[in-house]
Structures are given as C-alpha cells and as structure tokens.
Design a protein around this ligand. Structure first.
Ligand SMILES: Nc1ncnc2c1ncn2[C@@H]1O[C@H](COP(=O)(O)OP(=O)(O)O)[C@@H](O)[C@H]1O
Ligand SMILES: [Mg+2]
Length: 317
C-alpha cells in the first residue's frame, strides 16, 4: 500500500459568490522513498491538495473522497491526532514559507517550539538535534542563535527545509519550495531536497508551477489542470513523451537553459473559473487539438491504469 493514498478527492469552498469547485476527483499516491511532483498553473488547486492532506485551511471547505497515510484514514481525524501527524509524521514546507519564520525570533527558539510540541527531549538533545538539522541543509549550526532577518531568502528556505525535517517525518510536502528564488539558488534548493530525502530515507510531495525546475528531482509527476489530474507518469514519460496537450504546452513553454534569448510561447487563454461546473474537458477552450468528441463527452479520469485524461489518448490505442 502506498505511504500516502489520495482517492477520488474533491474539494469545494463555499463563499458569498457561490461554490468554488477546486479539486475534482483527484487520485494521487506516493510510495515510500519516492519524490513525487505535482505541477500545474497557479490557481489549479495544488496548495489546496496539500492543505487538505494536512487538514489546514478547512473553514469553508467541503470535501469528499479518502486520504490514507501509513494505512490510516486521515481525512476525518480528531484535530489533536491530526496535529500529532503534522510535524511529526508529515513535515511541511508551506508556500511562501521562507517568509513564514518569525523574523525577530532566534532560529533556535523556533526549532525548539516544534520539538517541544511533539517530544519531551532535554535541552541538550534539542540543541544537538537543531544543530544536526541545520548542518544537513548547509547552515552553520552556530547560527542557530541568529534571527531569520539575518539570512538571505535562499538560506531561509534551507532553514524551513531543516525545520520540516526536524522530527524525521515519513513524508514531506514542499509547496513551491523554489519560487521567488533566483535560478542558481533554485538549482541548489532542488538538489538539497533530493539529498535530504535520500539521507533521511523519507518521501516527498513537491509542488510547483514550474515543470522545468522541479522535474529534475522527481521520480513520478502528476500534472494538474483546473483541479483535475490530467496526466501522470514517470519523470521520463512526462518529459520525453507527454501525451496531454496541456503537458505538451507546459513543456514547450519551458525556458531553454543556455541559449540565445528566445520568445517563449506561453499557454494562451485563461484557466476556467472555479465557480463553473464543467461537463466536458476543462482545457478544451485552450486546446489546439480539440475535436468533436471533446465538446460532448468528458475525457477519461486519471485513475487506475488511465494515465492521460484526454480523448486523443483513447484514439491512439
Ligand atoms: N478557503 C478558500 N475559499 C475560497 N476559495 C479558495 C479557498 N482556498 C483556495 N481557494 C481557491 O482555490 C483555487 C486554487 O487555489 P490554490 O490551491 O492555492 O492553487 P495553486 O496552489 O495551484 O496556485 C483558487 O481559485 C483559490 O482562490
Ligand atoms: Mg499554491
């Protein structure tokens, strides 16, 4: 059984303007030791998936489906049990987290707070765990007495990664861990994520809008569009042989690394409104391979053996 198993997950948010349909029938799983990427445009529902697994941002949320972690259903747990899982068994590097540390509180105190919430370690043990964790991400342990404002963005992201790993969780969810960093720092942070997963023998869900940066370290990738998984496969399948027109466009819009400046083709059109319920493929209006069937019949869902949610794929067989 996978370490994390998300099945038929749908999430709606009720608001004054109506019901937002944000996640639709999402199946996603992560095996022990795997790094799994979740990639899609901004607003496609990636952070909602992360937060639903972690049971945060639940105020106006309605969900259906199952979430199992280490063979236990976690989608309907008591708040206290879920708090125990968060931090101890599932570490999280939330989106924009390098700015989430309190800028004026010593790193040491912020690490101690997490340790105290889950263990009864002595002060000496807490000091040595904090030092080891900082060392692992390339931060001088002596700097545990500094405050976050004294570090660069890249260093703060390293510190957040150390904090998410502190109690050796079985799974880490890293939401846009390289966004807002410049290209060379992005490369270092992705390499660090892979190293840390290997060293700690853990698993990771890594979320990004940027297929190019993150794919390097992923074993498998899920492509999300408008709250649905539209394609899934191994890194090589997605990068070398993408089938869904959206995945193909994501790949084509990736910036070449070392070449003359080129005009990068973005994906024209805008993502669909979350307020609307779609009876057919959500990508249809932006797809240049659209055919008659797309206008009337919903494509297959990415579940079980189906790896591409597109009619074109059915026609290829
Ligand atoms: N609590 C909420 N209430 C209403 N809408 C929400 C809420 N949380 C997220 N959304 C909406 O869900 C959509 C997906 O957001 P998000 O999961 O943050 O996307 P991503 O991480 O892929 O950029 C957005 O349109 C966002 O406005
Ligand atoms: Mg997000």
């Amino acid at each position: 059984m996978p370490l994390l198993d998300v099945k038929e997950l749908s999430v709606n948010f009720s608001t004054k303007e109506g019901v937002h349909h944000v996640l639709k029938n999402v199946d996603l799983n992560i095996n022990k030791g795997e790094i799994v990427g979740l990639i899609g445009e901004s607003g496609s529902g990636k952070s909602t998936l992360a937060m639903t697994v972690l049971d945060i941002n639940s105020r106006n949320r309605e969900m259906s489906g199952n979430i199992s972690f280490m063979e236990e259903r976690i989608d309907n747990l008591k708040k206290e049990r879920m708090r125990n899982i968060r931090g101890k068994h599932i570490g999280s590097v939330p989106q924009s987290s390098m700015n989430a540390l309190d800028p004026l509180v010593k790193i040491r105190s912020q690490f101690f707070e997490t340790i105290k919430a889950h263990t009864d370690m002595s002060r000496q043990e807490m000091l040595s765990l904090t030092a080891r964790s900082l060392e692992m991400v390339g931060i001088d342990p002596l700097r545990m007495n500094s405050c976050p404002y004294e570090f660069s963005g890249g260093q703060r992201q390293r510190i957040m990664i150390a904090l998410s790993m502190l109690l050796s969780p079985e799974l880490i969810i890293a939401d846009e861990p390289t966004t807002a960093l410049d290209a060379t720092v992005q490369l270092k942070i992705t390499t660090l994520l892979k190293d840390v997963v290997q060293q700690k023998n853990t698993s990771m869900l890594v979320i990004s809008h940027d297929l190019h940066t993150i794919s390097r370290i992923c074993d498998r990738i899920y492509i999300m569009y408008a709250g649905r998984i539209v394609e899934t496969g191994t890194r090589d399948e997605i990068l070398n042989d993408p089938v869904h027109p959206y995945t193909q466009k994501l790949l084509a819009s990736r910036l070449p690394l070392m070449c003359e400046p080129v005009r990068v083709k973005g994906i024209s059109g805008t993502p669909p409104s979350t307020l609307k319920k779609y009876e057919v493929c959500e990508f249809m209006e932006r797809c240049d391979k659209v055919s008659d069937i797309c206008r009337t019949v919903r494509p297959p869902e990415c579940t079980g053996n189906v790896k591409v949610a597109c009619h074109m794929e059915c026609h290829l067989e």
